[in-house]
Structures are given as structure tokens and as C-alpha cells.
Ligand binder design. Structure first.
Ligand SMILES: C[S@@+](CC[C@H](N)C(=O)[O-])C[C@H]1O[C@@H](n2cnc3c(N)ncnc32)[C@H](O)[C@@H]1O
Length: 286
């Protein structure tokens, strides 16, 4: 029987040859998945039964084709919670931790905040906010029925684990009537919309294996963002905060759209840990 170390070393070489960005990390995560373990508990010298080694090799081959890691392991972690994902649903990105941190920070002095997560996908951001703020009322909106099913599954699981239940809505985040009953009352809106311009070449994980409606948004990537800003302006209370993720190429255009709309103040753009533009935050003008 092969040892785990040998399997991971071999997989790392396969994934490196396929230009997977983190070959060792992904090989280790797939090994943990196949062994039903956590990465921290893997024993390098353990012998791996043939059936498990075979399954591992199949998953490594798929990862070498650039199927996203989350679609192979079926899970992703964000903000202290685990969310289930599957092919057809956006795999939450670790970058969204910064959006969560910003949101949590602006809500520190707000008791029982009202939070809306737009374009919720698997529900990751909404559920992570609910996990962090048990006193919050959290609503989340998604257009794609498949993603919404996964958000429902994840929401039920988090509620079973003791988190405050969130409310999920099927809807288009650019709908001028969306969640009209919350108008002027929302303390925080988070949005991770599709923002890539149509036709841009992406890593296969995103360009080939993610649903197009989760990634692309018109010729400049701003169709959903343009549509969602007036909705956010309507939903937020005076002084409420919008945190919206965008593409690396939107660090001026998204703040510009917010300024042009006239509904927002304190508009600022923020970068990720690699100093790449990641999101814009703004407050609803009083
Ligand atoms: C980039 S993914 C983000 C998902 C999730 N917020 C996350 O960070 O993991 C964008 C999501 O927006 C959804 N979406 C795209 N256009 C939408 C629209 N007009 N209204 C509602 N949801 C939309 C997609 O189906 C997809 O699930």
C-alpha cells in the first residue's frame, strides 16, 4: 500500500504540471477529503488502502483538469462556518473574509442589525454574518434556483448547529421592488456579484467550471453592479453601509458609479492581501 506522503508528493507533481496555483495545498486537501479527515490530522507515514488511493487519483486527475477544489471536496470554509457547494454553484473565495470583516466592523455598535446579502450563491456570506452576529436578522437573495437550493441546505445546517436562521429569497437583485418591505431599514448590505466583462479569459476554474451567471456581467462587467446600486440605496437606512466586491479593474469605476448615483457618501475602495482592488464600501448619505 502506498504511504500518504508518496501519494501527496506524486499528486503535487501532477498538479504542478497542470499549473494548479497551490498544488501541494490542493493535493493535501484532496487527501484529507478522501480519508474523511482534516488536513491537520493527516499522518504522512500512514498506509492508504487501495480503494482510497484510487479515489484520490481520480480526484487529482479532475483537479488537474482544473475542476475547482471546492467542487471536488464539496465544501468551503468562510467566516468560521463550513458551506456545502457542488458543480453549478459558486465556490466562496477566501477574499470574502475581508468583506465579512468590514461588515462586522461597521456593525460593532449596532444592536440587532438588519443585514441583507445580495447575490448570495451558496449563502456563505449571509450565513457567516449570522454566525458572527447571532442577534442579527439576515436576509439573502439569489436568482439561480440551483444556488438557492444549496443556500437552503446550508442555511438549514447552520440553523441546526445553533446559528440564528436567515431568510432566503428567490429574486433578481436589480429588481426595483426587491425586499421593498425593508426599505430604509437595512444596516448593512453585502454583495459579491458577477463582475467579469464578457469574453475575458479566466483561469479554467472560473471560465470553464463555474456557471456563467456567477462570473460574467456584460461588456464591462458592471451590469449587475449598475442595477444593484439603486436597490442598495433604497434598502439602506441613513448611514447604513454597502460593501460590494468587484473586479481588479473596477477600483475607479465602482466608486465612480456610487458617486454619480448621489445616494452614497464616505465612498472608499479596498484591496486584498496582495494589494489588488477587491471591494468598495460606502455609507448611505443622510
Ligand atoms: C460571484 S457569485 C457569489 C456568490 C456568493 N455571494 C459567494 O461569495 O460565494 C455571484 C452570485 O450571484 C448570482 N446572481 C447573478 N446575477 C444575479 C441577479 N441579477 N440577481 C440575483 N443573483 C444573481 C449568481 O447566480 C451567483 O450565485
Amino acid at each position: 500500500m502506498p504511504t500518504l506522503r508518496w501519494l501527496i508528493d506524486t499528486a503535487e507533481r501532477t498538479l504542478s504540471a497542470a499549473v494548479v496555483p497551490d498544488p501541494r495545498g490542493d493535493a493535501t486537501a484532496l487527501a484529507a477529503h478522501v480519508l474523511g479527515s482534516e488536513v491537520a490530522h493527516l499522518a504522512a507515514d500512514a498506509e492508504v488502502p487501495a480503494a482510497r488511493a484510487e479515489l484520490f487519483a481520480e480526484l487529482v486527475a479532475k483537479r488537474a483538469e482544473r475542476v475547482p477544489l471546492g467542487h471536488l471536496t464539496g465544501r468551503m470554509f468562510l467566516g468560521g462556518i463550513e458551506v456545502a457547494v457542488a458543480p453549478g454553484v459558486f465556490v466562496p473565495r477566501v477574499h470574502s473574509e475581508l468583506v465579512l470583516a468590514h461588515g462586522a466592523d461597521v456593525l460593532r455598535a449596532v444592536a440587532a442589525p438588519l443585514i441583507v446579502d445580495l447575490c448570495t450563491g451558496s449563502g456563505a456570506i449571509a450565513l457567516a454574518m449570522a454566525h458572527r452576529r447571532p442577534d442579527a436578522r439576515v436576509h439573502a437573495v439569489e436568482l439561480d434556483p440551483l444556488a438557492l437550493d444549496w443556500a437552503r441546505f446550508n442555511a438549514a445546517r447552520c440553523a441546526e448547529a445553533g446559528d440564528t436562521p436567515i431568510r432566503l429569497h428567490a429574486g433578481d437583485v436589480t429588481d426595483p421592488e426587491l425586499l421593498a418591505e425593508l426599505d430604509g431599514h437595512v444596516d448593512l448590505i453585502t454583495v459579491n456579484p458577477p463582475f467579469v466583462p464578457d469574453g475575458v479569459q479566466l483561469l479554467p476554474e472560473y471560465g470553464k467550471f463555474h456557471p456563467k451567471q456567477a462570473i460574467f456581467s456584460g461588456s464591462d462587467g458592471l451590469d449587475v453592479i449598475r442595477g444593484v446600486l439603486p436597490v442598495a440605496g433604497r434598502l439602506l437606512r441613513d448611514g447604513g453601509t454597502l460593501v460590494i466586491e468587484h473586479g481588479r479593474f473596477h477600483q475607479e469605476t465602482v466608486p465612480g458609479l456610487l458617486r454619480a448615483g448621489g445616494q452614497f457618501a464616505e465612498i472608499a475602495d479596498y484591496c486584498d492581501h496582495d494589494r489588488q482592488p477587491l471591494y468598495t464600501a460606502a455609507r448611505r448619505a443622510r
